[in-house]
Design a protein around this ligand. Structure first.
Ligand code: TAP
Length: 479
């Protein structure tokens, strides 16, 4: 069926939605044995499609297909040949970029300009980058003949559905593994479009399998006995449950979990540029970003000035229809996530922080939350400690660099941080003391496939991207 989106904007005509979708197993779409579920456009609350739900038997079928494909086709294939498939996939992503971006925006609620300019091109870049590695793995620093692990079980969240899929699949495939991937329940559609891309690229059956479903499907997948590797991106809570599930087995595990990043602004920073970075750090993708700069640490002497500029800039943000190319802040992905953001914002007020949002009219239907900042926040406040995963910024101040570092590190997480200063020496001093996997200097939320990404402490372990990311998908050889 050709899907007709209610207000029928021209841009949606590039997307052809089926009424219902099956699972992608062994190169074909098949029925799921679970109940099935609907996926909804969070900006309109309209049902986009019905999606199959994989139960334990479907998981078993997919793992068997992946095992066969690994031992018969993908594992023995030369790196150069595997690379060709990855290049082909990367090119198809580029060719179908508009379609993928619109579908992602419909299913996720993110602004189309972000899906179009960030998610999809970065996903293609991941496939290009890893396609280049496929025949050079002996130079990855893992011995002269590193081996693939086998079957990888991959579970991803809803905030960057297509990009997270690319982050997971591209290195796994380049290194010779086959995959069973489960997208999040609220954003399955771009993964199913990727299944079509696998068919279009003539990828051998079973190399990529996509199982839609909820947490129970993910649990059955990571707990399956014949899986060699588990790669998970999502909440710290579920990450810990997965670590417990695989404890005592020989499965290799990487976990990319939550964050509560500090964005540190020194008094010598270029302030207008810093304000752009603060806005990008917390309002990009509605703040549904694991590495979001959700704690602004601003030096006391410039705090008033920065806040004034920040409020002025926030007043220009356009919140609303994600398919409008001028929209800056889209819809919150689900009613559950909206409830969580509202709850924590309410707690912020109750604990005495001062709440401010620019005047903005939110659409009547759909799930929306206005860009919000809290000032007068102390380290004891829950909004300074807990991940909100929404467009909410907690502002704290500091006097000295030492105090900035202490406050920045006062978190159980350790995924990312930002430092804004005119002095390289000050930035390097600060970066060396921050416990964060990524530290950005005079920028924020910059991603590149050549750069390893990952966290410390409760933000998880293992790296994705760059040469380091390959280690997560290969057995090091002793020679
Ligand atoms: P989760 O609830 O943890 O869900 C992530 C994925 O795990 C989803 O596919 C989910 O399925 C599945 N899942 C749920 N319970 C499971 C279980 N017991 N066993 C196996 N899989 C299970 O997180 P979320 O709400 O989707 O995403 C938000 C969180 O992810 C935030 O904390 C954020 O910081 C983190 N995140 C981290 C990163 C990186 S790179 N560190 C990137 C993006 C997001 P359902 O969707 O059906 O529940």
């Amino acid at each position: 069926m050709v899907f007709e989106y209610a207000p029928a904007p021209e841009s949606t005509s590039v997307v052809h939605l089926e009424k219902s979708y099956g699972l992608f197993v062994n190169g074909e779409f098949v029925d799921g044995r679970g109940q099935g579920f609907a996926t909804v456009n969070p900006a309109t609350e309209e049902v986009l499609a019905e999606v199959a739900e994989a139960d334990a038997r479907d998981v078993d079928d997919a793992v068997k297909a992946a095992r066969r494909a690994h031992s018969r086709v993908w594992g023995p294939m030369s790196g150069a040949e595997r690379g060709k498939y990855l290049f082909r996939i990367a090119r198809i992503i580029q060719e179908r970029a508009r379609e993928i971006a619109v579908l992602e925006t419909l299913d996720n609620g993110k602004p189309i300009k972000e899906a179009r300019d960030v998610d999809v091109p970065t996903a293609a870049a991941h496939f290009f980058y890893h396609a280049g590695w496929a025949d050079k793995l002996e130079h990855a620093g893992l011995g002269t003949s590193p081996r693939s692990l086998g079957v990888a079980a991959q579970v991803i969240p809803w905030n960057f559905p297509f990009l997270m899929l690319a982050w997971k699949l591209a290195p796994a495939l380049a290194c010779g593994n086959t995959v069973v991937l489960k997208p999040a329940e609220t954003t399955p559609l771009s993964a199913l479009l990727f299944a079509e891309i696998c068919q279009q690229a003539d990828l051998p059956p079973g190399v990529v399998n996509i199982l839609t479903g909820a947490g129970a499907t993910g649990q059955a997948l990571v707990g399956h006995d014949d899986v060699d590797k588990v790669a998970f991106t999502g909440s710290t809570e579920v990450g810990k449950a997965i670590a417990r599930t695989v404890a005592g087995t020989t499965k290799k595990v990487t976990l990319e979990l939550g964050g509560k990043a500090a964005n540190i602004v020194y008094d010598d920073a270029p302030l207008d540029q810093a304000v752009e970075g603060i806005v990008d750090g917390i309002f990009f993708n509605q703040g549904h970003v694991c590495c979001a700069g959700s704690r602004l640490l601003v030096q006391e002497s410039v705090a008033e000035d920065v806040l004034e500029r920040l409020k002025r800039r926030m007043s220009t943000l356009r919140v609303g229809d994600p398919l409008d190319k001028n929209t800056d802040v889209g819809a919150i992905n689900s009613p559950e996530q909206l409830a969580r953001i509202r709850e924590l914002a309410g707690i912020g007020e109750a604990e005495g922080a001062e709440r401010w949002s620019p005047a903005c009219e939110l659409p009547e239907r759909g799930y929306w939350f206005a860009p919000t900042i809290f000032t007068g926040v102390t380290q004891a406040h829950r909004i300074a400690r807990e991940e909100i995963f929404g467009p909410v910024l907690s502002v704290l101040t500091f006097r000295t660099p030492k105090e900035a570092v202490e406050k920045a590190n006062n978190t159980p997480y350790g995924l990312s941080a930002g430092v804004w200063s005119d002095k390289g020496s000050r930035t390097l001093w600060t970066a060396a003391r921050l416990r964060a996997g990524v530290v950005w200097s005079n920028t924020f939320n910059k991603f590149d496939p050549t750069s390893p990404f990952g966290g410390y402490q409760e933000s998880g372990y293992g790296r994705e991207g760059g040469r380091h990311g390959l280690a997560a998908y290969m057995e090091e050889s002793v020679r």
